[in-house]
Structure formats: structure tokens, C-alpha cells
Design a protein around this ligand. Structure first.
Ligand SMILES: NC(=O)c1ccc[n+]([C@@H]2O[C@H](COP(=O)([O-])OP(=O)(O)OC[C@H]3O[C@@H](n4cnc5c(N)ncnc54)[C@H](OP(=O)(O)O)[C@@H]3O)[C@@H](O)[C@H]2O)c1
Length: 327
């Protein structure tokens, strides 16, 4: 199958390209950095250089590729520094999720693609209703801190655009929080270094529940979604949602760091703002039942407990590739 992958050089793209190529697919990988074209070629993909915010450039690149499936994995979160100014940190990603999605989708339809698969997110947007895991039908949080609302609205717009498009099947993958090679929670990543240096404390109760996802599991689920093209929204998370007060000390232990400090919520509000504090104390976990049932997906790292011990560095990727079925 011919696949156009926008964001082919990112955290998911890097893992997904070799999986798709080894399954026999032809991959055209989009980057807006000409210097990354060689790496795409080396991974077995045909590079296409275009800026996701350049409507005509994207249209030409997709038309040239002539894909059956278009996949949107473009974000710009590499320089995320200050959780207090959430919407500002996400501003470019929000444009990539709104304008960028529109351009790619229009191009996909013009090229006659039959399916569009897009990256979304599950976690801090889940309604804080207490206890139960969030599924794809549950409402999103209508009472988020003001600092997060533009980012939520951009994700909602992306999902509506993809699912509402006429003449093309829309698939939305709501990934949990990434960890593993090439992410900020992978070897050498910013957040992992903060944990190592005890600069990632537990604020307040630490009762926020996070659903994690290893990048190889994310790529595998994406491959299944590409090959099966089932319309709708899918949570792609591991089997083990866990409170910050549980996973953060475990992560520190896994990398040989000292345990995180505990600091009061009011210090957290000053340090990481309402957005960060929500994630520390109130976030709700997500259910992966639908993805397992419909896609037949099974995370190789069913729990972050094993993933943090064995999957933070790059050398595990080969195992992930072997776990993938052929097309
Ligand atoms: N669910 C999650 O937890 C989640 C979701 C997203 C990101 N993150 C994390 O955020 C951190 C940074 O990731 P990131 O946002 O830099 O994503 P990334 O996944 O590392 O890469 C972004 C991708 O988008 C492409 N891209 C960016 N701007 C573009 C543009 N204007 N036009 C065309 N392509 C463009 C990049 O291509 P080129 O650079 O080659 O041009 C690259 O392929 C990582 O730790 C990642 O794991 C987490």
C-alpha cells in the first residue's frame, strides 16, 4: 500500500517508517527539514519536503505521492519548557492541528486517498469525574484551566475535521503520554534528565492518573490502524494507568536516581501553574478496550513498569519491529 506519512522523522514517525517498510508498504515520508531527507531514504522511505502550514506545498507533495492512506503525525513540542504557559507552548502545534490538518486532508482527498489517520491525545483532556477509566465516548473536560483551552479546542477541531470529512475514512488515534527513545521520557530526553537530577517533584497529592504508551507500541497500533482503516476514535494507551505518586518514584528507581521530592500544591501552582497541577493531582486515566477489540492491538509493554525498566533506550526497537504482523 502507498502511504504518505507527515511527521515521518518524529518520535512516532522514526519507529513507524521501518515497520511499514518491512511490512511491504511504500512510504513517502514528509519533513520540512531538507537535511532529514537522507535519513528517510536510509530508512527505506521516499522523502517529500514540505511545510505543513504551506497549503500549496502540501497539496503538491501529496498529489505527487498518490497515496492510498495519509497519516498526520506532525507536532512541534520539541521546545516545550514552561507548563504554566500551556497554550503558548502549544501555539504552533495548535496551528499544525487545525490549519495543518485542513491542508493535509484537502490534499489527501484531491489525491484520491481512501483513509486519513491522525494523531490526537488522551490524558489531561479527560473529564475529571473520578475513578473510572475514560473511553472514547466520554465527554472531554469542560472545566479545564484557562491556560489549556486553546490546546483542547485545537485537538477537538482536528478530530471533528478528520471524522467529518466526506468521501474519506477518518481515523483518530488518541495516544497516551509517550515514553521511550526519541521522546522527552527516553534516554537523553529533557524530562528524564529532570527526574535523574531530582528536578521533577511530586506536587500536592500526586493523585493524577496518567496513561502511558511506549513509542514502539504507538507505532504498532498506528500500523494496524493504517492497514485496517476502521473509522472513529481509538485510545492508544497501555494497560496500567497509574498515579503520579506511583509511577514517578518507580521511574526514578528504574534509572537509578534518588526518589522525587514531595512539595505542597501551592508551590506546584507557582512552579507549574494550574495546567501542570491538574496533571499532577487530577488527571484521569484512559481505557484501551476499544483498540484491543477493534484493531486487535496488544501493547508489548502492557505496563510502564516494565517499559521504564527495559524500553527507555533505543536498542529495544528491533524487538518492537519483530512483534509487528505483516500486511
Ligand atoms: N502523546 C504524547 O505524549 C506526545 C505527542 C506528541 C509529542 N510528544 C513529545 O513531544 C516531544 C517533542 O516532539 P515533537 O512535537 O517535536 O514531535 P516529534 O514527534 O518529535 O516530531 C515532529 C514531526 O513533525 C514534523 N514537523 C514539525 N513541524 C513541521 C512543519 N511545519 N511542517 C512539516 N513537518 C513538521 C517534524 O519534521 P522535521 O523536523 O523533520 O521537519 C517531525 O517529523 C517528544 O518528546 C514527543 O515524544 C508527546
Amino acid at each position: 500500500m502507498r502511504i504518505f506519512l507527515a511527521g515521518a522523522t518524529g518520535a512516532i514517525g522514526k519507529r513507524l517508517v521501518p515497520m511499514l517498510v518491512s511490512a511491504g508498504h511504500q512510504v513517502v515520508g514528509m519533513t520540512h527539514t531538507p537535511a532529514n531527507a537522507g535519513a528517510l531514504r536510509a530508512a527505506g522511505a521516499e522523502p517529500a519536503v514540505a511545510d505543513a502550514l504551506d497549503r500549496e506545498g502540501v497539496r503538491q507533495a501529496v498529489l505527487r505521492a498518490g497515496p492510498a492512506i495519509v497519516v498526520h503525525q506532525v507536532t512541534a513540542l520539541g521546545k516545550m519548557r514552561n507548563l504554566k504557559h500551556w497554550d503558548q507552548e502549544f501555539a504552533l502545534t495548535n496551528r499544525l492541528r487545525t490549519e495543518g490538518t485542513g491542508y493535509l486532508l484537502d490534499a489527501a482527498r484531491a489525491a484520491g486517498a481512501r483513509c486519513f489517520v491522525a494523531q490526537s491525545y488522551t490524558g489531561w483532556m479527560n473529564a475529571r469525574t473520578g475513578g473510572r477509566l475514560t473511553n472514547e465516548e466520554d465527554p472531554l473536560d469542560a472545566n479545564l484551566p484557562r491556560a489549556m483551552t486553546s490546546t483542547r479546542d485545537a485537538i477537538v477541531q482536528l478530530e471533528r475535521t478528520v471524522l467529518g470529512a466526506a468521501g474519506i475514512t477518518g481515523v483518530v488515534l488518541r495516544y497516551g503520554s509517550f515514553y521511550g527513545p526519541g521522546t522527552s521520557l527516553g534516554e537523553g530526553g529533557d524530562f528524564l534528565e529532570m527526574v535523574r537530577q531530582r528536578r521533577f517533584p511530586i506536587f500536592g497529592s500526586g493523585a493524577g492518573v496518567w496513561s502511558f504508551l511506549h513509542v514502539d507500541d504507538a507505532a504498532h497500533a498506528t500500523q494496524l490502524a493504517i492497514e485496517q482503516a476502521p473509522p472513529g476514535i481509538f485510545n492508544i494507551v497501555d494497560d496500567d494507568p497509574a498515579e503520579v505518586s506511583t509511577w514517578l518514584p518507580e521511574l526514578a528507581r528504574a534509572i537509578g536516581a534518588k526518589p522525587p521530592f514531595h512539595l505542597p500544591a501551592w508551590v506546584g501552582r507557582l512552579a507549574i501553574g494550574d495546567a501542570g497541577l491538574l496533571m499532577m493531582t487530577e488527571e484521569q486515566g484512559s481505557s484501551n478496550a476499544k483498540a484491543k477489540r477493534v484493531l486487535g492491538w496488544q501493547p508489548r509493554y502492557a505496563s510502564w513498569r516494565e517499559g521504564f525498566r527495559r524500553g527507555l533506550a533505543g536498542e529495544q526497537s528491533g524487538v518492537g519491529l519483530l512483534a509487528c504482523p505483516k500486511a
